[in-house]
Design a protein around this ligand. Structure first.
Ligand code: SF4
Ligand code: SF4
Length: 442
């Protein structure tokens, strides 16, 4: 096809396939060869997700302390409802629990077997069952197709990774909820036994996507503590991910490929690490991913597939550099869980961390125990991050653009951020008076 100019693209296919044409990012986000967090792949081993804190807190606290925390949670919950505590009323708890129930179950190979629709009796046929060839296209076209589908289903950002000797280490060794082993084998189809889930070696790509969280909702804390309303932002993102995961698995099945996930929202692999490697965002002081578009106000999900995909690259948007001097989240943390060190470190803090990164490792058991005491999970650190401010204000653009190239100004902009009140909570009761816009469908 015709050339477009010396500095331009060489043909229309290249335009369509280029990362810029596929995914329009803010101008201050650069694609780079390696992520901004330093990685020592020799030290990284596949993480045993049974060491995750929240579903398995007992292993860190012991039985007696865990029992005490369980009773404390019930007692506090009961008392705060009866006292009419601001942000902890019955309707506030009902809000967070209602959205949470949509988020508890996903599946290794998908629910397409049961996806009959509303009584039409239509089946989710595979191409084989229909007697037609499966979908075949270049990886770039497949990536665009999956991004379009995932966005339509509700995803915010969509990136892709190829599984190689390094990135395979980001798939869990054991899943967190049922402790099943995750293994790769030379088989055609994924399968599951009572002890393990087996991923075919030919399933060599990962779709990584984020679901945005509501900052307006997450800000509804008491100032000192999270509330059932603020945690609803997290649960809603997890619940939405379930629909996207289900729909993606069904879509892949119907075009002749496998989409593999797991039994829980955090199943299969280390979400922030996969997000960073796929260029959705950078690692941060939160020891979570922060993105140029939404800051930390999103959750990350993943799916292994045998559909060939064109990988997206890590990014440098100045976020990890900004974290060195910012520390707003660590200061906001009521349990002092987050690192206050200026420089990231190679030294992990405990079994809940996976070594091999030069990161801001956190002291997570303190954080998890606090969740039990406050009766709901906490996100005070996440909601305080200046990168999460999404009002499109001019100053935010200037801050973000400047830190992308001038790390010495970070301290100055942290103070500006304080002036902007990015970390000020909002009255929980006002959440119920919002006149929210309808969900946007274009
Ligand atoms: S979730 Fe809450 S307790 Fe845990 S690190 Fe963040 S601010 Fe601290
Ligand atoms: S609040 Fe500051 S230190 Fe914490 S993640 Fe955000 S930018 Fe980094």
């Amino acid at each position: 096809m015709k050339k477009l100019g010396l500095n331009g693209f060489h043909d229309l296919d290249e335009v369509m396939a280029s990362p810029k044409a596929e995914w329009k990012r803010p101008w201050w986000v650069r694609s780079v060869d390696r992520p901004t967090v330093q990685i020592d792949w020799d030290r990284i081993e596949r993480f045993d997700a049974r060491r995750h804190l929240v579903p398995n807190l007992k292993q860190y606290t012991g039985d007696t302390e865990f029992q005490r925390l369980e009773e404390l949670r019930k007692e506090n919950c009961n008392k705060w409802i009866l006292d009419g505590r601001r942000g902890y009323t019955l309707r506030d708890y009902a809000l967070s629990m209602a959205v949470r129930t949509g988020a508890v179950d996903s599946s290794f190979i998908g629910h397409w077997q049961n996806a009959g629709g509303s009584g039409h009796g239509w089946q989710m046929f595979s191409p084989e069952e229909l007697g037609v060839p499966r979908w075949e296209a270049r990886p770039e076209e497949n990536s665009r197709m999956i991004r379009a589908f995932a966005r339509f289903a509700g995803a915010s950002q969509v990136g892709f990774l190829e599984l190689d000797e390094h990135t395979r280490k980001l798939i869990y060794a054991f899943d967190e909820i049922d402790g099943k082993k995750l293994e790769f084998e030379d088989v055609d189809k994924a399968y599951e036994t009572k002890d393990k889930r087996v991923l075919p070696n030919k399933a060599a790509w990962i779709i990584v996507f984020s679901v945005q969280m509501s900052r307006e909702t997450m800000k509804r804390t008491t100032g000192a503590a999270p509330t059932p309303i603020s945690v609803a932002a997290t649960y809603q993102a997890y619940a939405r991910s379930r629909f996207i995961i289900d729909q993606l698995q069904t879509f892949l099945h119907m075009i002749g490929y496998q989409g593999l996930m797991g039994p829980s929202w955090n199943a299969l692999g280390i979400a922030p690490a996969l997000g960073v490697m796929a260029g959705l965002g950078e690692l941060s002081r939160l020891n979570r991913m922060v993105t140029p578009e939404y800051g930390p106000m999103q959750r990350i999900f993943k799916m292994v597939t045998d559909l060939p995909l064109a990988p997206t690259r890590p990014i440098d948007a100045g976020i990890m550099r900004f974290c060195r001097t910012c520390k707003i989240c660590a200061n906001a943390c009521p349990t002092k869980t987050l690192s206050m060190d200026t420089e990231p470190s190679w030294e992990v803090k405990g079994l809940w961390n996976n070594p091999g990164l030069r990161a801001y490792y956190d002291n997570s058991p303190k954080c998890a125990a606090y969740w039990w005491k406050s009766t709901v999970s906490c996100s005070t650190c996440i909601s305080s991050c200046p990168f999460g401010k999404q009002d499109g204000s001019f100053i935010h653009q200037v801050v973000a653009a400047t830190i992308a190239g001038t790390p010495t100004l970070n301290g100055f902009f942290t103070r500006v951020s304080g002036v902007l009140d990015t970390n000020r909570p909002k009255d929980p009761d006002t959440w119920w008076n919002q006149n929210l816009p309808p969900n946007r469908v274009k």
